[in-house]
Design a protein around this ligand. Structure first.
Ligand code: AMP
Ligand code: ZN
Length: 474
């Protein structure tokens, strides 16, 4: 079945056609690690995770690159103001390098808690400075740059179709009054490729590198152009981010990449709408914002938030409130209980090798997720299956496990034990061991543990059940 995606470039739904059959190159703009990520940021990362899961569900082999911005993103999306990392350093008393590591750690933990599949590779901007310098050189050689007192700039008037992603009205474009732009810029839309370090030693930067134009640091946009080129090639399939990236960041990525490579940069651009609060857009610069931890501290599971996000299409604004999170929590608990009942019932009549999966239901689910990631509809199909009296418990369980590959709600795990993808014959041994322990036959329990180990499985006793893990060599 075709996958249809809404392409920001051209503003219409299009049938997805990969460059190479069966393969997808995907680049998603990652976090700027000068602070914690808020749940708004994670709404965008979650939509990207759903996109990737839908591609995998359709059998594509996905190469996914996500950058970690640890340098160069200034306080405004333009080229003025302090560097976010240096600002974070001043705020916390840590070095910029410590800041980056510290907040990257929290980002990774939250991403895991929300069941975001890790990308094929995380690329840290500071690990690819040379590639960024090379790209600026390429633009320099082709005559797209000019130098001002504070950096090397891209001359956007030299590119015929600059602004095509955002349909920018270049003639009438007024620079936001908030942003003071460098008076040396030739055009309002020109942007920095390389910024010079300040000359006076009071404001010496912690992150700076030598370049053919002098000591400095890369402009924010160049990292994505350089790293996507390195890992996905000059032209690749899909690029994503939050909707705020359309007019500046992604517009400038396109300009740099297409000017340097002389080829189209990306075929499909997808953008997620914002999570907002009553008081307006959620943003880190406001200082106070909701983190995944804030939700957990208030008794919500990260997956309650995932469920909440699934309920609104990614291109619609989502207004966050504690009421709707509470509703999501209730729905999620009801869903897990229903699924647990189905699982228990299925286990009773168990033949785990019975993989029967009613095609009609699967088709409905696939239709929903392939229609520009219509997750509200996919959830409706899931609930329909859970409540369908005509399906057997085994059919339901198989469908739920299958849908969970896209939804990522842990519906394939038992509520207590959290076990997933464990073959039936292994589960049988695990259950025998649980029974032996209950009967205080510890000798038998130990020998079953050894038997499992010999088969490559480890059983860990937990407060609320057992965890069964495949033993890997890593
Ligand atoms: P940043 O860490 O600021 O670079 O942002 C990481 C990602 O979160 C980017 O794709 C942004 O577009 C996105 N983003 C920022 N604020 C929000 C928000 N309130 N809702 C949804 N996505 C957001
Ligand atoms: Zn980017």
């Amino acid at each position: 079945m075709d996958i249809t995606l809404f392409n920001t470039l051209g503003r219409q739904k299009q049938i997805f056609e990969p460059i190479e059959p069966g393969k997808v190159g995907l680049y998603t703009c990652g976090p700027t690690v000068y602070d914690y990520q808020h749940i708004g940021n994670f709404r965008t990362f979650m939509f990207e995770d759903l996109l990737k899961r839908v591609l995998l569900y359709n059998g594509y082999d996905v190469t996914h690159i996500m950058n970690i911005t640890d340098v160069g993103h200034l306080v405004s999306d333009g080229d003025e103001g302090e560097d976010k990392m240096e600002k974070g350093s001043a705020r916390t008393g840590k070095t910029v390098w410590e800041i980056a590591e510290y907040y990257t750690g929290f980002f990774l933990d939250d991403a895991k808690a929300l069941n975001l599949l890790p990308p094929t590779k995380y690329t840290k901007a500071t690990d690819y400075i040379q590639e960024q310098i090379d790209m600026v050189k390429c633009l320099d050689d082709k005559g797209y740059t000019y130098v001002t007192s504070d950096g090397v700039y891209f001359d956007t008037s030299k590119l015929k179709d600059y602004g095509k992603l955002a349909n920018l009205d270049i003639e009438g474009l007024e620079e936001g009054s908030r942003i003071q732009f460098s008076t040396e810029k030739k055009n309002k839309t020109d942007f920095a490729l390389w910024k010079f370090s300040p000359k006076d030693s009071d404001t010496k930067r912690q992150m700076e590198w030598d370049s053919p134009w002098g000591k400095g640091f890369p402009g924010w946009h160049i990292e994505c152009s350089a790293m996507s080129k390195k890992f996905l090639g000059d032209t690749f399939d899909i690029h994503c981010g939050g909707i705020d990236h359309v007019p500046i960041h992604h517009t400038n990525e396109i300009a740099q990449s297409e000017a340097c490579n002389g080829k189209p940069f990306v075929h499909y651009w997808l953008h997620g709408a914002f999570l907002e609060e009553e008081s307006g857009k959620m943003s880190k610069s406001k200082g106070e914002f909701l983190r995944v931890k804030t939700l957990v501290d208030k008794g919500y599971s990260p997956l309650d938030y995932r469920y909440l996000c699934l309920g609104t299409h990614y291109r619609k604004r989502l207004l966050f409130s504690w009421e709707i999170l509470e509703q999501a929590k209730t729905a999620m608990a009801r869903l897990k209980q229903n699924v647990q009942q189905i699982r228990d019932e299925a286990k009773k009549n168990f033949d785990a090798r019975d993989a029967s999966m009613p095609e009609g239901e699967r088709e409905k689910f696939l239709e929903a997720v392939n229609d520009d990631l219509n997750m509200p509809q996919a959830l409706a199909v899931l609930w329909g299956v859970v409540r369908n009296d005509k399906l057997s418990s085994i059919e339901k369980m198989n469908l739920v496990n299958d849908f969970n590959r896209v939804l990522g709600l842990d519906l394939d795990k038992d509520i207590e034990a959290g076990n997933t993808n464990v073959p039936a014959e292994i589960m049988e041994l695990v259950e025998k061991r649980i029974a032996a322990k209950k009967a205080k036959d510890f000798k038998k329990a130990d020998s079953l543990r050894d038997e499992l180990k010999a088969l490559g499985w480890e059983v860990l006793d937990k407060k609320d059940g057992v965890e069964v893990k495949y033993i890997t060599n890593s």
